[in-house]
Design a protein around this ligand. Structure first.
Ligand code: ADP
Ligand code: MG
Length: 508
């Protein structure tokens, strides 16, 4: 089976079960490259964490969010938040004086840590009994939650914009129908049709408008009010539809309304993603939009040394974007903890389950307080994802954009060829001859297994084709190198397992 694709779309999904995916891209492999970001922290000159000033007021204009205090020393003037903040902070004050005074090592707060080495083994669903995954997370202690001792937190920040209030349900239904949007659950807020209607704080709105975006994508227009209202949310929309911002902007609002991080605190927002590449893309968005609020983030993924990631974590970050395995590692070695997490995102949930992360996801989520807000995003809605949502989301509301059984992008022309096993290689070469005939074209070939990826690469190279392989068994440094060779066009054929599938449109 082969696909011929035109990569004009922002994100190009992996065709499920496809053996060869050849992509013909004459015009779009130029800008928008995602240079690997420097690590996440903002050099804000050692300034302390500024106070959140999100005013939970009932007025509708954007001044209900005070942005001024996010800058420099001009602390918030919003009394209501300050009072609340001070009140909440008392609970933390017993631990140490101020963030700046803190000892550099997290371990000095070890006395509070409940992640001891006694074993916690979740029920028998672990399918990784024969590899190192089976022990991963065995050092995590099952959490018991005493709600009377947990600090209170706010998660409902949504105030409907007057335009939205005045919109009739008939208009709302028309808008949803036009955007192929279906919603499920009780008390679902109406979609917003413009950025202004989402009632984001001015500093967030400015960042969005500066990017030149014209209007929210459908998943954003329905997803923002859902997420801002503090409910558990499931959002299903195809790759490239803007899901990242759908949860990132509400995450920033959420963080700004919480008390400061204190020494020894872990992140407030945890975003789980299946691959390093995706985690880095998410980090770039968080960095862009969190900048004005001095929100720090870090990205935690395997295949690279733990030291730098661990240092960033222990310095205190509001947002942690992580792949499941490395995060468990960090939790077990007490480099961070999830006690402050009140906003949990499972991004690319379907892909994470496809990649076998379910046991790890469950171990991680079991470490987070159950009254958190949980948001799950996915391109498809198979029964495994549904089960995960039912197990971990409470009274959730859901939005689906487009047809549920379509996981492929509508912006790609797909050509399916059915052939016998022995015909595949000859057909592949025939396609390559046609595609690579044109200057600057590139080809991505997806394979089902790492072994096939290596075999095809070898086969093509012997035949003189400039092919390189990328898959999960390759060291991270090699994966980076292969991606950069492909991106620059030095090696215009890349053979990949689905480690590179989601969000691949962003790598050019
Ligand atoms: P998904 O997670 O659904 O695959 P992404 O969040 O990665 O999609 O978004 C794909 C691209 O679309 C990104 O480059 C992002 O910056 C861009 N984008 C997001 N929101 C908008 C918008 N409202 N208007 C235009 N482009 C957008
Ligand atoms: Mg995404």
């Amino acid at each position: 089976m082969s696909y011929s694709s035109n990569y004009g779309a922002p994100g190009v999904p992996a065709p499920p079960g496809t053996l060869y995916n050849t992509a013909n891209s004459t015009s779009t492999y130029n800008g928008s490259s995602t240079a690997p970001p420097s690590s996440s922290t903002y050099g804000n000159g050692g300034s302390s964490y500024t106070s959140g000033t999100y005013k939970n007021s009932s007025s509708y204009n954007s001044s209900s969010y005070s942005s001024s205090s996010r800058y420099g020393n001009d602390r918030g003037v919003d009394r209501s938040y300050d009072d609340r903040s001070r009140r909440d902070r008392k609970e933390y004050d017993t631990r140490s004086s101020s963030y700046r005074d803190r000892s550099p090592t997290y371990d000095s707060y070890g006395g509070r840590d409940r992640y001891t080495s006694s074993s916690y083994r979740p029920g028998g669903s672990n399918s990784y009994s024969n590899d190192r995954m089976s022990n991963l997370g065995s050092g995590l202690v099952k959490q018991e939650w005493d709600f009377s001792k947990l600090h209170k937190f706010e998660k409902n920040f949504y105030r409907e914009h007057p335009n939205v209030v005045s919109r009739s349900m008939i208009e709302v239904e028309e808008y949803r129908k036009f955007h192929d949007m279906k919603v499920f659950g009780r008390d679902i807020p109406k979609p917003v049709e413009t950025f202004e209607e989402a009632n984001f704080p001015a500093y967030v709105l400015k960042e969005v408008l500066d990017l030149g975006f014209k209007a929210p994508t459908p998943i954003q227009s329905q997803g923002w009010p859902m997420a801002l209202s503090g409910r558990d949310v499931v959002g299903i929309a195809e790759t490239g539809s803007g899901k990242t911002l759908a949860y990132c902007l509400p995450a920033i609002v959420h963080i700004n309304a919480q008390p400061f991080l204190e020494p020894g605190d872990g992140p407030i927002v945890l975003i789980l993603a299946p691959t390093r590449e995706l985690a880095v893309q998410i980090q770039q968005e968080c960095t862009k939009f969190g900048k004005s609020s001095k929100i720090k983030n870090t990205c935690v993924y395997g295949g690279v040394p733990k030291g730098p990631q661990s240092r960033e974590l222990s310095q205190g970050v509001e947002i942690c974007i992580a792949t499941p395995g490395r995060l468990i590692d960090m939790l077990e070695s007490r480099r961070t903890n999830l006690r402050r997490v009140t906003y949990l995102v499972l991004d690319e949930a379907d892909r994470m389950l496809d990649m076998g992360f379910e046991p790890q996801i469950r171990k991680i989520v079991d470490q987070i307080r159950p009254d958190r807000q949980t948001l799950m995003w996915s391109a498809t809605w198979p029964k495994e994802v549904k089960k995960l949502a039912e197990d971990y989301l409470h009274d959730f509301i859901q939005v689906n954009i487009g047809s549920l059984d379509l996981s492929a992008s509508h912006n790609i022309t797909q050509i399916v060829e059915v052939c016998a096993e022995y015909e595949k290689r000859a057909k592949l070469v025939k396609h390559l001859e046609r595609i690579m005939d044109q200057k600057d074209n590139k080809t991505l070939i997806f394979t089902g297994t790492k072994r096939t990826a290596d075999e095809i690469t070898k086969y093509l190279r012997q035949d003189g084709w400039p092919a390189l392989a990328i898959h999960g068994d390759k060291a991270q440094s090699e994966r980076d190198w292969v991606l950069s060779e492909f991106r620059s066009g030095k090696s215009p054929i890349m053979v990949a397992t689905d480690v590179a599938s989601r969000g691949i449109g962003m790598i050019y």
